[in-house]
Ligand binder design. Structure first.
Ligand code: NCD
Length: 329
């Protein structure tokens, strides 16, 4: 299947087939990071700019490493060091960067819709690395990929997402992603942190974590997005962690083969205790590991790469200088 999109902005308008094509492509990229020399010439000669207006550790490093392992030239721009602090608009910043003949832009911004806006302004592909509380498509894709690897399937699984759903772009992208892939979704948190009307996505809502723990095959914990809280949504962090934090005691009610996930950064002792985060059911570091392969796949497909399930390792890694065309890879 050809991946026909110019940009990767969110999972809401993506089909199951498109999601599967990214996950299948990512499958063939995992192995590259396990080699002694972790580099293939897939994006050689292309320039990717990572424009980050919000703090990030995992996502920024993951995108940069994905680009480097595909041999792209990369430039990182942080908002604090960009001309945004001198009053330049987002559009001007992006158009000036594009004027230097870049091939792809990865953007993280606090405004929902920022990536879609830039995608309309720029000719080059735009990848959304998180736009406010709206979407974080590559995070959800790596979560789907991790579950598929761990459980062998996504269809029919029961997935509980627990925490600050209201401010979470990870929750939103995962609701779209997991439901399109055939999972059943339960959302759980204090009533103040559940977006009104979210049931219209098909997810069911719970205010008591004890109800979802025995039900779930996968439990995804989310951080309280302190930086997006403009008022008080619950009495104290201590009370929140007692009611909604996943600890060893609550884990006793979980299924024997439960999978525990968290997109990071963890607030240890708040939404998850160290014994659960570092315990045998946790796939938190696998999520990070597979994030790299998923971002390599996204970059590859948006650069014009053609998805073919029979693409062999040799074909992909072959020197393409004689072909001059990325779609032949
Ligand atoms: C998330 C984010 O930035 O949206 N982190 C991530 O990208 N891995 C979640 C969070 O900040 O809590």
């Amino acid at each position: 299947m050809k991946f026909a999109r110019k940009d990767l902005l969110g999972l809401e308008d993506m089909s199951r087939e498109e999601i599967e094509s990214i996950l299948d492509t990512a499958d063939s990229f995992v192995e590259i990071s396990e080699r002694p020399i972790k580099k293939v010439p897939v994006l050689r000669g292309l320039t990717v700019v990572n424009l980050f207006f919000e703090p990030s550790t995992r996502t920024r490093i993951s995108f940069e490493l994905a680009e480097k392992r595909l041999s792209a030239d990369t430039v990182n721009v942080a908002a604090s060091s960009s001309s945004a602090v001198k009053g330049e608009t987002l559009k001007d910043t992006a158009r000036n960067i594009e004027a230097m003949s870049i091939d792809m832009l990865v953007v993280r911004h606090s405004a929902p819709g920022a990536a879609r806006y830039l995608a309309g302004v720029l000719d080059c592909p735009v990848l959304n690395a998180g736009d406010g509380a709206h979407e974080h498509p590559t995070q959800a894709l790596l979560d789907l990929f991790t579950v598929r690897k761990k459980r062998g399937k996504i269809d029919g699984l029961k997935v509980a997402i627990v925490g600050d759903i209201l401010h979470s772009r990870v929750a939103r992208s995962n609701i779209w992603g997991f439901s399109k892939m055939g999972a059943e979704i339960a959302l759980c948190g204090p009533p103040t942190l559940i977006p009104p009307g979210i049931e219209s996505t098909g997810a069911h809502v719970h205010y008591n974590i004890e109800e979802v723990i025995p039900w779930a095959d996968v439990i995804m914990l989310l951080r309280i997005q302190q930086e997006r809280l403009e008022e008080s949504y619950f009495p104290t962090i201590r009370e929140y962690s007692q009611l909604f934090g996943l600890d060893g005691e609550k884990m006793k009610k979980a299924k024997a083969d439960v999978t525990i996930m968290h997109p990071g950064p963890l607030n240890r002792g708040v939404e998850i205790t160290p014994e659960v985060a570092d315990g045998p059911y946790s796939v938190i570091l696998e999520q990070v590991k597979y994030g790299l392969a998923v971002r390599m796949a996204a970059l590859y497909l948006l650069s014009g790469g053609q998805f073919e399930s029979e693409v062999t390792h040799q074909e992909r890694t072959a020197d393409r200088s004689d072909t001059g065309s990325r779609s032949n890879l």
